[in-house]
Ligand binder design. Structure first.
Ligand code: TXA
Ligand code: MG
Length: 333
Protein backbone atom coordinates (compact mmCIF):
# COMPACT_ATOMS: atom_id res chain seq x y z
CA UNK A 1 0.00 0.00 0.00
CA UNK A 2 1.27 3.45 -0.92
CA UNK A 3 0.88 6.01 1.89
CA UNK A 4 0.03 9.45 0.53
CA UNK A 5 0.64 12.64 2.52
CA UNK A 6 -2.29 14.99 1.80
CA UNK A 7 -1.47 18.69 2.01
CA UNK A 8 -3.54 21.84 1.50
CA UNK A 9 -5.64 21.48 -1.66
CA UNK A 10 -5.46 17.66 -1.61
CA UNK A 11 -6.75 17.43 2.01
CA UNK A 12 -10.43 16.83 0.96
CA UNK A 13 -9.26 13.76 -0.97
CA UNK A 14 -7.68 12.39 2.20
CA UNK A 15 -10.73 13.22 4.35
CA UNK A 16 -12.94 11.35 1.84
CA UNK A 17 -11.17 8.10 2.78
CA UNK A 18 -12.76 8.14 6.26
CA UNK A 19 -16.42 7.50 5.31
CA UNK A 20 -15.12 4.76 3.00
CA UNK A 21 -13.93 2.82 6.06
CA UNK A 22 -10.23 3.69 5.71
CA UNK A 23 -7.68 4.81 8.31
CA UNK A 24 -5.85 8.13 7.90
CA UNK A 25 -3.27 10.01 9.94
CA UNK A 26 -4.86 13.03 11.63
CA UNK A 27 -3.30 15.99 13.48
CA UNK A 28 -4.98 16.53 16.87
CA UNK A 29 -2.58 19.16 18.40
CA UNK A 30 -1.48 16.86 21.25
CA UNK A 31 0.21 14.15 19.16
CA UNK A 32 -0.72 12.94 15.68
CA UNK A 33 -3.39 10.25 15.64
CA UNK A 34 -4.60 7.43 13.42
CA UNK A 35 -8.27 8.05 12.71
CA UNK A 36 -11.16 5.89 11.50
CA UNK A 37 -14.94 6.21 11.69
CA UNK A 38 -15.50 5.38 15.38
CA UNK A 39 -18.87 3.74 14.70
CA UNK A 40 -17.54 1.38 12.00
CA UNK A 41 -15.96 -1.71 13.65
CA UNK A 42 -14.17 -3.05 10.51
CA UNK A 43 -12.61 0.39 9.98
CA UNK A 44 -11.53 0.53 13.64
CA UNK A 45 -10.04 -2.97 13.31
CA UNK A 46 -7.67 -1.57 10.67
CA UNK A 47 -6.26 0.83 13.30
CA UNK A 48 -5.31 -2.09 15.57
CA UNK A 49 -3.67 -3.81 12.62
CA UNK A 50 -1.67 -0.75 11.50
CA UNK A 51 -0.43 -0.07 15.05
CA UNK A 52 0.18 -3.70 15.98
CA UNK A 53 -1.87 -2.83 19.06
CA UNK A 54 -3.12 -5.39 21.61
CA UNK A 55 -6.89 -5.85 21.35
CA UNK A 56 -7.39 -5.17 25.06
CA UNK A 57 -6.36 -1.51 24.78
CA UNK A 58 -9.37 0.78 24.30
CA UNK A 59 -9.36 3.74 21.90
CA UNK A 60 -10.25 7.37 22.55
CA UNK A 61 -13.26 8.73 20.67
CA UNK A 62 -12.74 12.33 19.43
CA UNK A 63 -15.94 14.40 19.10
CA UNK A 64 -16.71 17.81 17.60
CA UNK A 65 -18.14 19.49 20.70
CA UNK A 66 -19.35 18.95 24.27
CA UNK A 67 -22.98 18.39 23.22
CA UNK A 68 -21.87 15.11 21.58
CA UNK A 69 -21.17 13.72 25.07
CA UNK A 70 -24.83 12.76 25.36
CA UNK A 71 -24.72 10.93 22.02
CA UNK A 72 -22.10 8.45 23.23
CA UNK A 73 -22.20 8.54 27.05
CA UNK A 74 -24.76 8.01 29.79
CA UNK A 75 -24.98 8.92 33.48
CA UNK A 76 -22.91 12.02 32.71
CA UNK A 77 -21.89 13.77 35.96
CA UNK A 78 -21.84 17.57 36.20
CA UNK A 79 -18.03 17.41 36.49
CA UNK A 80 -17.90 16.27 32.84
CA UNK A 81 -19.79 19.35 31.62
CA UNK A 82 -17.64 21.59 33.82
CA UNK A 83 -14.38 20.18 32.47
CA UNK A 84 -15.59 20.14 28.86
CA UNK A 85 -16.56 23.77 29.16
CA UNK A 86 -13.22 24.73 30.68
CA UNK A 87 -10.85 22.70 28.49
CA UNK A 88 -12.53 21.70 25.20
CA UNK A 89 -11.45 21.83 22.50
CA UNK A 90 -8.25 20.73 24.17
CA UNK A 91 -5.91 18.10 25.56
CA UNK A 92 -8.33 16.44 27.98
CA UNK A 93 -10.02 13.02 27.69
CA UNK A 94 -12.95 12.14 29.95
CA UNK A 95 -13.73 8.55 30.91
CA UNK A 96 -17.49 8.08 31.20
CA UNK A 97 -20.13 5.35 31.04
CA UNK A 98 -20.55 4.36 27.35
CA UNK A 99 -23.88 4.16 25.53
CA UNK A 100 -24.53 0.87 23.71
CA UNK A 101 -23.99 2.57 20.31
CA UNK A 102 -20.23 2.74 21.00
CA UNK A 103 -18.72 -0.37 19.40
CA UNK A 104 -17.02 -2.93 21.63
CA UNK A 105 -13.83 -2.75 19.57
CA UNK A 106 -13.50 0.92 20.62
CA UNK A 107 -14.00 0.29 24.34
CA UNK A 108 -12.14 -3.06 24.37
CA UNK A 109 -15.24 -4.44 26.04
CA UNK A 110 -15.14 -1.99 28.97
CA UNK A 111 -18.39 -0.35 30.11
CA UNK A 112 -16.69 3.03 29.63
CA UNK A 113 -15.47 5.22 26.79
CA UNK A 114 -12.78 7.91 26.62
CA UNK A 115 -14.08 11.08 24.93
CA UNK A 116 -12.13 14.13 23.85
CA UNK A 117 -12.69 17.18 21.67
CA UNK A 118 -9.37 17.87 19.93
CA UNK A 119 -8.25 21.47 19.34
CA UNK A 120 -6.56 21.13 15.94
CA UNK A 121 -8.72 23.04 13.40
CA UNK A 122 -8.36 20.27 10.81
CA UNK A 123 -9.55 17.58 13.24
CA UNK A 124 -12.51 19.75 14.26
CA UNK A 125 -13.40 20.46 10.63
CA UNK A 126 -13.31 16.74 9.79
CA UNK A 127 -15.51 15.82 12.79
CA UNK A 128 -18.08 18.49 11.92
CA UNK A 129 -18.13 17.66 8.22
CA UNK A 130 -18.59 13.91 8.79
CA UNK A 131 -20.92 14.35 11.79
CA UNK A 132 -19.34 11.16 13.18
CA UNK A 133 -17.03 10.49 16.11
CA UNK A 134 -13.60 9.18 15.15
CA UNK A 135 -11.58 6.52 16.91
CA UNK A 136 -8.10 7.98 17.20
CA UNK A 137 -5.14 6.56 19.10
CA UNK A 138 -1.65 7.99 18.70
CA UNK A 139 -0.20 7.18 15.26
CA UNK A 140 2.88 5.22 16.38
CA UNK A 141 3.54 1.51 16.15
CA UNK A 142 2.50 0.06 19.50
CA UNK A 143 5.13 0.67 22.20
CA UNK A 144 7.04 3.36 20.25
CA UNK A 145 7.15 7.11 20.97
CA UNK A 146 4.09 9.00 19.68
CA UNK A 147 4.52 10.98 16.43
CA UNK A 148 4.40 14.78 16.57
CA UNK A 149 4.99 15.42 12.85
CA UNK A 150 3.61 13.83 9.67
CA UNK A 151 7.17 12.73 8.92
CA UNK A 152 7.45 10.80 12.22
CA UNK A 153 4.10 9.14 11.54
CA UNK A 154 5.29 8.16 8.07
CA UNK A 155 8.32 6.41 9.63
CA UNK A 156 5.96 4.09 11.51
CA UNK A 157 3.00 3.89 9.13
CA UNK A 158 4.41 3.93 5.57
CA UNK A 159 2.75 1.10 3.66
CA UNK A 160 0.27 0.40 6.49
CA UNK A 161 -2.33 3.13 5.91
CA UNK A 162 -3.49 4.85 2.70
CA UNK A 163 -2.94 8.43 3.82
CA UNK A 164 -1.84 11.08 6.30
CA UNK A 165 -3.50 14.51 6.61
CA UNK A 166 -0.68 17.04 7.09
CA UNK A 167 -1.40 19.61 9.79
CA UNK A 168 2.02 20.89 10.85
CA UNK A 169 3.99 20.13 14.01
CA UNK A 170 1.93 19.42 17.14
CA UNK A 171 1.39 22.44 19.39
CA UNK A 172 1.27 20.47 22.65
CA UNK A 173 3.57 17.48 22.01
CA UNK A 174 2.29 15.06 24.67
CA UNK A 175 -1.05 13.22 24.64
CA UNK A 176 -4.23 14.35 26.33
CA UNK A 177 -4.70 14.11 30.08
CA UNK A 178 -7.13 11.30 30.95
CA UNK A 179 -9.51 11.66 33.89
CA UNK A 180 -12.01 9.03 35.02
CA UNK A 181 -15.14 10.86 36.17
CA UNK A 182 -17.31 7.96 37.27
CA UNK A 183 -16.49 8.09 40.97
CA UNK A 184 -14.19 10.58 42.61
CA UNK A 185 -12.26 12.24 39.71
CA UNK A 186 -9.12 10.17 39.10
CA UNK A 187 -6.15 10.91 36.88
CA UNK A 188 -5.33 7.93 34.64
CA UNK A 189 -2.75 9.65 32.43
CA UNK A 190 -0.94 12.97 32.89
CA UNK A 191 -1.00 15.02 29.69
CA UNK A 192 -1.45 18.36 28.02
CA UNK A 193 -3.87 19.78 30.63
CA UNK A 194 -2.33 19.96 34.10
CA UNK A 195 -3.70 18.24 37.16
CA UNK A 196 -3.53 21.57 38.98
CA UNK A 197 -5.76 23.25 36.37
CA UNK A 198 -8.34 20.43 36.55
CA UNK A 199 -8.39 20.52 40.36
CA UNK A 200 -8.92 24.27 40.24
CA UNK A 201 -11.96 24.01 37.93
CA UNK A 202 -13.54 21.22 39.98
CA UNK A 203 -12.60 22.75 43.32
CA UNK A 204 -11.47 19.39 44.64
CA UNK A 205 -8.38 17.23 44.80
CA UNK A 206 -7.91 14.74 41.94
CA UNK A 207 -6.89 11.18 42.85
CA UNK A 208 -4.00 9.62 40.96
CA UNK A 209 -4.14 6.10 39.57
CA UNK A 210 -1.24 3.95 40.91
CA UNK A 211 -0.21 3.04 37.32
CA UNK A 212 1.14 6.61 36.98
CA UNK A 213 4.02 5.70 39.27
CA UNK A 214 4.66 2.35 37.67
CA UNK A 215 2.64 0.27 40.14
CA UNK A 216 0.07 -2.26 39.01
CA UNK A 217 -3.49 -1.06 39.27
CA UNK A 218 -5.86 -3.19 41.29
CA UNK A 219 -8.54 -2.51 38.70
CA UNK A 220 -7.39 -2.19 35.08
CA UNK A 221 -8.99 1.22 34.47
CA UNK A 222 -6.71 1.84 31.51
CA UNK A 223 -5.56 -1.53 30.26
CA UNK A 224 -3.21 0.02 27.69
CA UNK A 225 -1.10 1.32 30.51
CA UNK A 226 0.22 -2.10 31.43
CA UNK A 227 2.40 -2.37 28.30
CA UNK A 228 5.87 -0.80 27.92
CA UNK A 229 5.46 2.50 26.13
CA UNK A 230 7.29 5.21 24.23
CA UNK A 231 10.49 3.16 24.28
CA UNK A 232 13.51 3.99 22.10
CA UNK A 233 15.71 1.07 20.92
CA UNK A 234 18.55 1.69 23.40
CA UNK A 235 17.93 1.25 27.15
CA UNK A 236 17.08 4.52 28.85
CA UNK A 237 17.83 5.67 32.40
CA UNK A 238 16.10 8.71 33.88
CA UNK A 239 18.02 10.92 36.31
CA UNK A 240 15.98 13.14 38.55
CA UNK A 241 17.08 15.97 40.84
CA UNK A 242 18.41 19.53 40.96
CA UNK A 243 22.04 18.51 40.35
CA UNK A 244 21.40 15.82 37.76
CA UNK A 245 23.65 17.58 35.19
CA UNK A 246 27.00 17.50 37.08
CA UNK A 247 26.19 14.04 38.49
CA UNK A 248 25.49 12.70 35.01
CA UNK A 249 28.63 14.32 33.56
CA UNK A 250 30.71 12.07 35.86
CA UNK A 251 28.63 9.01 35.03
CA UNK A 252 28.51 9.00 31.21
CA UNK A 253 30.90 7.16 28.90
CA UNK A 254 32.02 8.62 25.55
CA UNK A 255 29.44 7.77 22.90
CA UNK A 256 26.50 7.50 25.31
CA UNK A 257 23.26 9.22 24.37
CA UNK A 258 22.21 12.09 26.63
CA UNK A 259 18.84 13.82 26.54
CA UNK A 260 19.45 16.90 28.67
CA UNK A 261 18.31 20.40 29.43
CA UNK A 262 19.54 22.99 26.93
CA UNK A 263 21.73 24.67 29.58
CA UNK A 264 23.57 21.42 30.36
CA UNK A 265 24.55 20.50 26.77
CA UNK A 266 28.19 21.71 27.30
CA UNK A 267 28.61 19.15 30.13
CA UNK A 268 28.60 16.26 27.64
CA UNK A 269 31.18 17.00 24.91
CA UNK A 270 31.90 13.31 24.13
CA UNK A 271 28.30 12.10 24.08
CA UNK A 272 25.53 12.06 21.48
CA UNK A 273 23.36 14.82 22.91
CA UNK A 274 19.87 16.12 22.26
CA UNK A 275 18.24 19.02 24.08
CA UNK A 276 14.95 18.44 25.86
CA UNK A 277 14.47 22.21 26.00
CA UNK A 278 15.33 24.80 28.63
CA UNK A 279 15.24 23.60 32.26
CA UNK A 280 12.34 25.81 33.27
CA UNK A 281 10.30 25.58 30.04
CA UNK A 282 8.12 22.47 30.40
CA UNK A 283 5.91 23.49 27.45
CA UNK A 284 8.98 23.34 25.22
CA UNK A 285 10.04 20.03 26.79
CA UNK A 286 6.59 18.59 26.01
CA UNK A 287 6.94 19.66 22.38
CA UNK A 288 10.41 18.10 22.15
CA UNK A 289 10.12 14.86 24.07
CA UNK A 290 8.84 12.45 21.45
CA UNK A 291 11.01 13.70 18.58
CA UNK A 292 13.98 13.56 20.97
CA UNK A 293 13.25 9.93 21.91
CA UNK A 294 12.84 9.09 18.23
CA UNK A 295 16.11 10.88 17.39
CA UNK A 296 18.16 8.33 19.31
CA UNK A 297 16.77 5.52 17.16
CA UNK A 298 18.67 7.06 14.23
CA UNK A 299 21.94 6.73 16.17
CA UNK A 300 23.90 3.73 17.43
CA UNK A 301 24.20 4.83 21.08
CA UNK A 302 24.48 1.84 23.46
CA UNK A 303 22.43 3.57 26.18
CA UNK A 304 20.57 6.81 26.81
CA UNK A 305 20.51 9.00 29.91
CA UNK A 306 17.74 11.55 30.37
CA UNK A 307 17.32 14.50 32.69
CA UNK A 308 13.82 14.92 34.03
CA UNK A 309 11.76 18.01 34.94
CA UNK A 310 10.02 18.50 38.28
CA UNK A 311 6.67 16.76 38.38
CA UNK A 312 4.43 19.82 38.52
CA UNK A 313 2.14 21.30 35.86
CA UNK A 314 3.10 19.97 32.39
CA UNK A 315 6.30 18.56 33.94
CA UNK A 316 4.21 15.70 35.34
CA UNK A 317 3.37 14.52 31.80
CA UNK A 318 6.93 14.95 30.51
CA UNK A 319 8.40 13.07 33.50
CA UNK A 320 5.80 10.31 33.09
CA UNK A 321 6.67 9.78 29.39
CA UNK A 322 10.38 9.63 30.24
CA UNK A 323 9.85 7.17 33.08
CA UNK A 324 7.63 4.93 30.98
CA UNK A 325 10.14 5.05 28.12
CA UNK A 326 12.78 3.86 30.61
CA UNK A 327 10.59 1.06 31.94
CA UNK A 328 10.84 2.97 35.27
CA UNK A 329 14.66 2.85 35.45
CA UNK A 330 14.87 6.03 37.52
CA UNK A 331 17.76 7.36 39.62
CA UNK A 332 16.95 10.13 42.10
CA UNK A 333 19.93 12.14 43.30
O1 TXA B 1 -3.94 13.11 22.85
C1 TXA B 1 -4.42 12.00 22.73
O2 TXA B 1 -5.21 11.52 23.54
C2 TXA B 1 -4.01 11.18 21.50
C3 TXA B 1 -4.50 11.90 20.24
C4 TXA B 1 -4.14 11.17 19.00
O3 TXA B 1 -5.90 12.07 20.31
N1 TXA B 1 -4.53 9.85 21.56
C5 TXA B 1 -4.00 8.89 22.35
O4 TXA B 1 -4.58 7.67 22.20
O5 TXA B 1 -3.08 9.11 23.11
P1 TXA B 1 -3.85 6.31 22.67
O6 TXA B 1 -4.75 5.24 22.16
O7 TXA B 1 -2.46 6.29 22.20
O8 TXA B 1 -3.92 6.35 24.22
C6 TXA B 1 -5.18 6.26 24.81
C7 TXA B 1 -5.09 5.78 26.21
C8 TXA B 1 -4.71 4.32 26.32
O9 TXA B 1 -3.75 4.17 27.34
C9 TXA B 1 -6.00 3.65 26.72
O10 TXA B 1 -5.80 2.53 27.54
C10 TXA B 1 -6.74 4.77 27.45
O11 TXA B 1 -6.39 5.92 26.76
N2 TXA B 1 -8.19 4.59 27.36
C11 TXA B 1 -8.98 4.68 26.28
N3 TXA B 1 -10.26 4.39 26.58
C12 TXA B 1 -10.29 4.12 27.89
C13 TXA B 1 -11.30 3.72 28.81
N4 TXA B 1 -12.55 3.54 28.43
N5 TXA B 1 -10.95 3.51 30.08
C14 TXA B 1 -9.69 3.70 30.48
N6 TXA B 1 -8.69 4.06 29.67
C15 TXA B 1 -8.97 4.25 28.40
MG1 MG C 1 -0.49 5.98 22.35
Amino acid sequence: MNTQVFQEESLPQGVALLPQGEVVGLPTATVDGLAANGLDPPAVAKIFQAKGRPQDTPLILPVAEASWLSRYCQEIPSTAWQLAQAFWPGALTLILQAKPCVPEIVTAGLPTVGIRCPQHPLALAVLRALDLPLAAPSGNRSGKPSPTTAEAMLQDMAGKIPGILEGGACAVGVESTIVDLRGKPTLLRAGGVSLEAIAQVLGEEILQDPSLSGQDTAIPFAPGMKYRHYAPEAPLTVVQGEDSGPWLAKQVKPGDGVLCFQEDLPLFPHCVTRSLGCRGDVAQQAQEIFSALRYFDQTTVPRIWAQCPQEVELGLAVANRLKKASGFQVISI
